[in-house]
Write a protein that binds this ligand. Sequence first.
Ligand SMILES: Nc1ncnc2c1ncn2[C@@H]1O[C@H](COP(=O)(O)OP(=O)(O)OP(=O)(O)O)[C@@H](O)[C@H]1O
Length: 571
Amino acid sequence: MIDQHLFKLAGAGSILKKLAVLEVLQAFLIIGQALSLSAVLTTLWQGKKLNWQYLLIFIVCLTGRQLIDLLKDKMLETYSSQEVEKLRQQLLNKIFKSGQSLVQSQGTGSLITMALYGIDEVRDYIKLIYTKVLAMMIIPILLFIAMLFINWQSALGLLLMYPLIVLFMIILGYAAKDRASKQFGDFQKLSNNFIDSLRGIDTLKYLGLSKRYSKSIFRVSEDFRHKTMAVLKVAMLSTFALDFFTTLSIAVVAVYLGFGLLNGQLPLYPALSILILAPEYFLPIRNFASDYHATLNGKNAFKRINELISRPMQASADLAIEPWNSKSELKLENLEFNYNNQTEIGPVSVEIKGYEKVGIIGMSGSGKSTLINLLSGFLPPKSGKIIIDGQKAATLNIPAWHQQMLYIPQNPYVFTASLRENIAFYTPEASDAEIMKAIHVVSLDELVSELPEGLDTIIGQGKRVLSGGQAQRIALARAFLDKTRKVMLFDEPTAHLDIETEVDLKKQMLPLMENRLVIFATHRLHWLKEMDYILVMHEGKLVQQGTFDELTKEAGYFTKLTQEMRGTKNV
Ligand SMILES: Nc1ncnc2c1ncn2[C@@H]1O[C@H](COP(=O)(O)OP(=O)(O)OP(=O)(O)O)[C@@H](O)[C@H]1O
């Protein structure tokens, strides 16, 4: 019913001990409040003077109770906020460290939901469970003992109802739990679906499919609504059942006490004390039950977040590798990778040296991006050997390797930040003159002159949006500014540019590629002539490798591929 991880949070033991002490104190105050109020009412009933002493005790107990509630709230607010912040940090670390593999497997929407709403729900979950469970474990026991001393028959009567209530709560709790986890699953599906449709809104609009897609969102939302209603139905049913049973047992005890009073077998004071204590005796369990359903989302979110945090991290190798230089070597031996145990990529065996320019060519889906991702260390190989700088490594997920890499993907990300910050991404210390030079090299001068605040204009999502080609030129300008990183990984860096712009840009890019290791995946054949060595990919396999001249002389797949490409593409 309650996630055990909750009690394993740092500092849980200490705060639970403090809360337990406060609950015990509160139980005594409840007893004091009931006894003093009964004493005041009894003396008034007997026609005597108002007993100020008992009234004062009553006021002190009542005020003390409220103050303890306030104190508990404050302690829990501070504690839960601290703990969820740590949890959020751990989750974000996991997301950032795992990178694209985690985002791809979980979905962006689901991860956003988890890091924002999920974490907030965990905060409520911690607060509710910590106080309510303790109150339920401590207060009824102490009140029961007090009632045993006041009138043991009534105390036993009230006790009899307890197992029935607990049993009922367990049954309904299980029913609600099942429904709530389905509801949470739907919530994640809805988030992914929504983000997905927002991202693809242009395509949907152009294809005239936005209405059909909005129906699919409507269907998922409706599913979510039905599942939420199912949870609420069980929640209401259990609250009703609990209220019914507790009210019934209090009524039975009240009738019993009433007869005792009428027969003169029971004095007013104990009868009144029991009557005041009886609802307090059931209050903690009622509070727990009424909030239990509200905490189910928190429980599901907490479970999912813990699962994500404890997912094994992609292996990384903390090798101290030298900055890449003209003598450096990278050897891949039978490197293999597969997506979800299905699509096989590899085996790839290749030796890359110094400042070579290595082209990767192949049809769409042949595995070029996957090979680039393996070389960048963003994906972990399934098997094979990597030898970098004479050192063996199971993966290229090596911090020292990343620090020397310039990576330009097919769709470079433009951050919502100023144009200056976006361009000086690798080199925040770059001067405006250097940035302007980089802008000129990648032919972005026109864009800068159009922007109202020049380099200070905020670009990216929600601000001035750039075209695909402009985003790629920003990525190239970033690379241009950095003189220290010696490894360049290009994944079709000019895919969004028209051929004229590309030819212009190529002139600027070629000097940039000098004295660097360049790995360049491309569809465009004219780049291949600039490469020292070419890897030819076909259906996930490295089918040929060699220099441009060697490959053109061989009657292999490369010749067929280039012929096909010449027939369809500009070269
Ligand atoms: N995240 C993924 N999950 C499952 N399969 C994937 C994933 N990414 C790529 N694939 C599959 O792996 C194969 C190689 O894809 P990859 O993106 O490496 O090809 P590519 O040559 O770069 O294609 P393109 O030129 O179109 O970018 C394809 O069959 C693709 O469907």
